[in-house]
Write a protein that binds this ligand. Structure first.
Ligand code: SF4
Length: 358
């Protein structure tokens, strides 16, 4: 059987899109980088636009967001920044569901992205038709979905959660005597289920980046750096979580990195986070958790292939041509807004951050 036959059609199409998007963007020279940066800065001003980047996009895009008065964070926090900012155009550097989330919360603004082909394996692995059928099998359960989902999946959810507030929201649902359907990330779902003891049926999605961390190689690394602390995102496999000193969202990992007495930190999340981590703790040694080694199925790099599709050149072209506009059906948007607002209101009432996704 050929490898191609084992890849679902939707995923194969997305892989083709990645190749098509990356190959026309050869490595830029320093002069070209400066030129793109200046042109993007000018266009942001001319168009009344603000650049909002995810922690996992390339360093140069995070730096550009910082330097132009934009913002770098995770998806809900990015969308929240977009709501509060005066700009008419939100330029979201990240993956598609992040653009959709910004549009759900800021329908009056134009939301554009460097490419609409940047997806997420959690979103792709949770198609609305299949997830709806799954939910219909358990009509007595509350549907709780992670932020990394399409607007259509959000629209059929009772609750949307992030990795920062998921445990408190699940405990709140449990306190009402309700059972839960969880989607899409199986590792995060299992982690919450173990922490809370909630009755949860899990959709079996996974993040292609976090799923690659290897416990055997992590143990070897921990022996080499016995004083290091391991900070892991909860989308990582259980064998990684069980060895971690701290498990939390990207923003929580940065904060714990700052307060930790350890001078060496082993980080189990996308390497894009190292840009902000190294600003937060410049004196500490940051080591990526291993994704390769003897137990790896392929040579991986802990960097999201879809996040890597955001580049200076396609960001410039999008701003220049005003293409890659995020469109969301208004009825679906309003349905998705209900669980999103429920989560935001709950988090504000409880004094919990809404930040947190992969
Ligand atoms: S890192 Fe994982 S969860 Fe985040 S966008 Fe990429 S595939 Fe999705």
């Amino acid at each position: 059987m050929s490898i191609a036959k084992t890849i679902p059609q939707q995923l194969q199409t997305n892989i083709d899109n990645i190749i098509n998007d990356i190959i026309p963007n050869p490595w830029l020279t320093k002069i070209e980088r400066v030129s793109y940066t200046n042109k993007i800065r000018d266009l942001l001003q001319q168009r009344d636009a603000v650049l909002i980047a995810h922690y996992y996009v390339n360093d140069e895009l995070q730096a550009l967001a910082d330097k132009t008065g934009g913002y770098v964070s995770d998806s809900l926090d990015m969308a929240n920044f977009g709501v509060q900012h005066d700009a008419k155009i939100l330029v979201i550097c990240g993956v598609r569901f992040m653009g959709e989330t910004a549009k759900i919360l800021s329908p009056e603004k134009t939301v554009i992205m460097p490419t609409l082909n940047a997806e997420c394996s959690l979103d792709l692995g949770c198609p609305i038709d299949e997830f709806s059928r799954f939910c219909n099998e358990y009509p007595d359960r509350e549907v709780v979905v992670y932020a990394n989902t399409s607007v259509e999946v959000k629209a059929i959810a009772d609750w949307i959660v992030t990795s920062s507030n998921a445990i408190q929201i699940i405990e709140n649902i449990m306190a009402q005597g309700k059972k839960i359907i969880w989607g899409p990330d199986r590792h995060l779902g299992r982690y919450i289920k173990n922490k809370t003891g909630a009755d949860m049926i899990l959709w079996q999605g996974h993040c292609v980046v976090h799923d690659e961390f290897k416990s055997h190689e992590l143990e070897q690394l921990m022996k080499k750096y016995p004083d290091a602390e391991v900070l892991a995102h909860p989308e990582s496999p259980e064998a990684i979580i069980s060895r971690a000193d701290f498990v939390g969202s990207t923003k929580q990992i940065i904060n714990v990195g700052k307060s930790s007495p350890a001078n060496t930190l082993i980080i189990a999340t996308d390497q894009g986070l190292f840009y902000k981590m190294s600003q937060a703790v410049p004196e500490k040694l940051l080591i990526p958790a291993p994704t390769g080694g003897k137990s790896a199925t392929c040579k991986s790099c802990a960097h999201c292939p879809w996040m890597a599709m955001n580049t200076l050149s396609n960001l410039y072209e999008t701003l220049r041509d005003m293409t890659n506009i995020i469109e969301v059906n208004e009825r679906t948007r309003q349905q998705a807004l209900l669980p999103l607002n429920r989560m935001i209101n709950f988090s504000y009432e409880q004094g919990i951050s809404i930040a947190g996704d992969a």
